[in-house]
Design a protein around this ligand. Structure first.
Ligand code: GBH
Length: 462
């Protein structure tokens, strides 16, 4: 099905939503400015030993004070959208509505109004990992009350910003919250209970997401007309040997565990993928558990969760090769096209937005980022093939990231930015990289139109 033609010429539809992405903790700084409460990421990064070089996000890109500079970069790129996240503890310092902080609300109003003044569509992630510390202190996502508490926060955001924001995403990468936070224990809350905790957390995140979706649907949808989804992440998994059934099954299972864990309940039938229920159930039995370590939804809960997304939002960075026992990284852009086709087939041809896609370089390389330029060229071209040749309903492409920022456990040692940020300089100067100019050109051309001279030669064949 997939012709391996290297480079495909063509353009996206005129309304294709080109954008760039960021997240609150990674860019804002102002960690305790104007009444903001601490988040789990403040607590975690400020503690020595957790982040490379003991870096933290206290100042980061200082976007709390420099949104005008950010807006300038966005305008220069001519992006159509900007995906950013809200710092929950900047809006509700203790996590609850009773603590609402108007100065924090003002900050996001300035961003939203600034974007709209330049025809840039805000795409807002309600939660990108920086949980109010006060809520972690009551148990975080392990506590079932969090479903209502998150809903209260989102309800407030819809009410406050929803007259202008029409694209909402509840969680960024629930898989990372559940698995890296509660399985590997590498990110806050640093709980390392891979057998059970991630399944319980995911269960609660799905319920919380569904509740927020219904709140929007019932209270705001008619009035505001926006869309609500959740941002999931997955890298394409290629079977080691596509002629060996066991290898194909391994690759498919890996995708089900990564993406299906959240996408299957939301986009299919309200429940986890069979491959996952079967695998975890069997293993649990072998381990002598009375019940499967993966919890079950009631029929009512399934009905409540099913269909709670208006579009498919996917973060993707690379591809992997699955062997039935191992997994290896595979640096090949064509995996993006396969992933998009897999989503189309598996989830009933939804509208898809690529909400993050990008590549790291070490922050010592500043503006001459050849790797990143090449990455965007090849990945966006595979996205174009998925759209133009395969009929994937791809509606937008969002590059990660607008600028170098706090890269979680790696601190400031690596950057994904189209712009370089000098973190040693107190005024945090931003400088466009070569990739920024390239991305600008792709947006301007809306893809990769056939060059004029080739049109002259080949035009009559087309
Ligand atoms: C994205 O996740 C994040 O959404 C974004 O905030 C971040 O800046 C970007 O990655 C670049 O890093 O080493 O075991 O802790 C992409 C998918 C999933 C990749 C979690 C890293 C952590 C693995 N990520 N994973 S571990």
């Amino acid at each position: 099905k997939f012709q391996r033609k290297r480079y495909h010429h063509g353009t996206f539809p005129d309304n294709f939503l080109w954008g760039v992405s960021s997240s609150a903790y990674q860019v804002e700084g102002g960690w305790n400015a104007d009444g903001k409460g601490p988040s789990t990421w403040d607590t975690f990064s400020q503690k020595p030993g957790n982040i490379l070089n003991n870096d933290n996000g206290d100042v980061a890109c200082d976007s709390y004070n420099k949104f005008n500079e950010d807006l300038y970069m966005l305008r220069a790129l001519r992006v159509k959208s900007y995906r950013f996240s809200l710092s929950w503890s900047r809006i509700f310092p203790n996590g609850n509505k009773t603590s609402v902080n108007n100065l924090g609300v003002d900050y996001y109003n300035r961003i939203i109004n600034g974007l709209l003044a330049h025809n840039i569509t805000p795409m807002v992630t309600l939660h990108h990992w920086d949980l109010p510390q006060a809520l972690q202190d009551i148990g975080g996502w392990q506590n079932l009350n969090m479903i209502d508490i998150f809903n209260e926060f989102c309800d407030f955001c819809f009410d406050t910003f929803g007259d202008r924001v029409k694209f909402w995403m509840t969680f960024n990468q629930p898989h990372t919250i559940a698995w890296v936070g509660y399985g590997l224990g590498l990110m806050p809350p640093s709980i390392k209970k891979p057998g059970e905790a991630p399944y319980m957390i995911a269960h609660n995140l799905l319920k919380a997401h569904a509740k927020v979706y219904h709140t929007y649907d019932e209270k705001y949808k008619k009035l505001q007309g926006g869309l609500v989804s959740i941002t999931l992440n997955a890298d394409w998994i290629e079977p080691k040997d596509a002629d060996v059934p066991r290898e194909i099954a391994a690759a498919d299972r890996a995708l089900q565990f990564q993406l299906g864990w959240f996408a299957h309940p939301i986009f299919k039938n309200g429940d986890y993928p069979d491959a996952m229920k079967w695998q975890v159930g069997n293993k649990s039995e072998l381990q002598g558990h009375e019940n499967s370590r993966i919890p079950t939804f009631t029929a009512e809960e399934k009905a409540y969760i099913q269909g709670t997304a208006d579009f498919f939002s996917i973060n993707t960075y690379t591809s992997r090769v699955a062997h039935h026992t191992t997994m290896k990284i595979l640096a090949a852009a064509w995996g993006l096209r396969r992933l998009l086709n897999w989503i189309k087939e598996e989830y009933g041809d939804p509208d898809i937005y690529i909400s993050e896609n990008g590549i790291a370089t070490d922050t010592k390389t500043t503006v001459d980022d050849t790797d990143r330029f090449f990455f965007y060229k090849t990945y966006i071209d595979e996205a174009l093939k998925a759209h133009n040749l395969d009929g994937v309903k791809l509606k937008g492409y969002t590059a990660w990231s607008l600028m170098d920022s706090f890269e979680w456990l790696s601190g400031y040692t690596v950057g994904f930015g189209l712009h370089h940020v000098d973190f040693k300089n107190p005024i945090r100067p931003r400088t466009p990289k070569r990739s920024a100019l390239y991305y600008y050109q792709v947006i301007r051309d809306n893809g990769f139109p056939l060059p004029e001279e080739e049109k002259l030669i080949y035009g009559h064949f087309r």
